[in-house]
Design a protein around this ligand. Structure first.
Ligand SMILES: NC(=O)c1ccc[n+]([C@@H]2O[C@H](COP(=O)([O-])OP(=O)(O)OC[C@H]3O[C@@H](n4cnc5c(N)ncnc54)[C@H](O)[C@@H]3O)[C@@H](O)[C@H]2O)c1
Ligand SMILES: O=P(O)(O)OC[C@H](O)CO
Length: 333
């Protein structure tokens, strides 16, 4: 039985622990708060982040990171992206030396503009071939209900990706391997920004032509940046690109789409933060991705406009109008 440590017990950490448990692994799950640990261990439910879902006994929770990490073959990291560096700096000394480090996060760090696998590498000194990324159309609540879904397990070391594929493949979750870590991470972070823009269109009352147009141009923008950085263009057509983009932009379960919808309805970013505890990564990663695009010399009108709306410098309606008014050009440029 593979021992897997999951940091932490938010929506995705808890739902992915279920995937791992269903696949026959022994899972230890770190939570910040004692009451979450108690609910998981005693009532078999994460009442805060995944209410109504029964968790199997092979998932054991603790607030002690050392206890959670002890003896782990695989360490899964799933805190909000902007908090990874600080948390991982504290955890790095207690992580088993040979463990595979897996990022489930979909964001780009503000300031450093690093992807999550790069932050992991810098903070832990682990070589790139020990770091993997899992990304795809995986809305936590649907996964927790065991609705069938696929995803991508990416690692520059193909053998390690295959090992992870084997230990995560379960009754309702199908992983594919990839060696394109960069493409998967840019796809995962960018779809949140496009999800915000699509949510704004929905909040403004626009229909499927509008959302399909934003999704498609969002995919073009994502692929422009990812390929300029060295990603395989086909990754963006796959589960970690198009797949995740479609799931996020279509689903009322998506926190990013919902955040965008509220902006479209006229709420401010501060008002949304005041009513929502869960992370909408795109509201921060729009800034880091925009800066990454600027430094790479890539045109990123959607990230630029989303950033302006999030900062209250533009309305959602002005954003939509600005997309239409842009200089015309061939589709494939
Ligand atoms: N929820 C999903 O459907 C889903 C699916 C795939 C990937 N993801 C990605 O997984 C990552 C985590 O998302 P989530 O959905 O679990 O978020 P969440 O908001 O549901 O949970 C976040 C977790 O991190 C903890 N946390 C918050 N701030 C923290 C801090 N400063 N330090 C330490 N812990 C902190 C919270 O207590 C909670 O346990 C994000 O990058 C997200 O994009 C989410
Ligand atoms: O709820 P969101 O917007 O963070 O999206 C969740 C997942 O990333 C969908 O795959």
């Amino acid at each position: 039985m593979t021992k897997i440590a999951v940091f932490s017990a938010g929506s995705w950490g808890t739902a992915f622990s279920l995937v791992l448990a269903d696949a026959g692994n022994d899972v230890s799950l770190w939570a910040r708060r004692g009451e979450v640990v108690e609910a998981i261990n005693e009532r078999r439910e994460n009442t805060d982040y995944l209410p109504g879902i029964e968790l199997p006994p092979s998932i054991a929770a603790s607030t002690d990171p050392e206890e959670v990490a002890a003896g782990a073959d695989v360490v899964v990291l799933t805190v909000p992206s902007q908090s990874l560096r600080e948390n991982l700096t504290a955890w790095a000394p207690i992580l088993p030396e040979k463990a595979t480090l897996v990022s489930l996060m979909k964001g780009v760090e503000l300031g450093s503009l690093m992807r999550m696998s790069e932050v992991i590498q810098e903070v832990t000194d682990a070589p790139a071939d020990r770091i993997a990324v899992i990304s795809g159309p995986n809305l936590a609540r649907e996964i927790a209900r065991r609705e069938p879904a696929a995803s991508v397990v990416a690692c520059v070391d193909e053998e390690r990706a295959k090992q992870l594929q084997a230990i995560t493949h379960g009754p309702s979750w199908r992983p594919y391997t990839s060696v394109d870590v960069l493409g998967c991470e840019i796809g995962g972070a960018y779809k949140n920004v496009v999800g915000l823009a699509v949510g704004m269109a929905v909040g403004l009352g626009f229909g499927d032509n509008t959302t399909a147009s934003v999704i498609t141009r969002g995919l073009a923008e994502t692929a422009r940046l990812a390929t300029a950085q060295g990603a395989n263009p086909l990754t963006l057509m796959g589960l970690a690109g198009l797949g995740d983009l479609v799931a996020t932009c279509s689903s009322p379960l998506s926190r990013n789409r919902t955040f965008g919808e509220r902006l479209g309805q006229g709420m401010t970013t501060e008002e949304i933060y005041a009513t929502n505890r869960q992370v909408a990564e795109g509201a921060k990663s729009c800034k880091s991705l925009l800066e990454l695009a600027r430094r790479t010399g890539v045109d990123a009108p959607i990230a630029e406009a989303v950033d302006a709306v999030v900062d209250g410098k533009m309305t959602a309606l002005d954003m939509m109008n600005s997309f239409i008014a842009r200089d015309t050009k061939p589709e494939l440029h």
